[in-house]
Design a protein around this ligand. Structure first.
Ligand SMILES: [Zn+2]
Ligand SMILES: [Zn+2]
Ligand SMILES: [Zn+2]
Length: 66
């Protein structure tokens, strides 16, 4: 990506970046990126936020299978 000036793009720089899906998010979908989902089906994605995509091939979790 080019290192361009984004100051005029508005609120992009103000958005926190999600550590799970690496997408910037707004307050509107902050829950999806920060709220732990206790899905209980799989030890790998348990308590991960809803945006997390589990790569466990045996995962039976609907929330984290995208
Ligand atoms: Zn996220
Ligand atoms: Zn899960
Ligand atoms: Zn899983």
């Amino acid at each position: 990506m080019a290192d361009i000036d984004v100051r005029d793009r508005g609120d992009d720089s103000a958005r926190p970046m999600c550590y799970q899906c690496l997408q910037p998010y707004t307050a509107v979908d902050a829950d999806r990126h920060t709220e732990p989902v206790n899905c209980d089906d799989c030890p790998r994605c348990k308590l991960m936020p809803a945006c997390y995509t589990c790569r466990n091939m045996y995962c039976a979790c609907e929330v984290h299978q995208g």
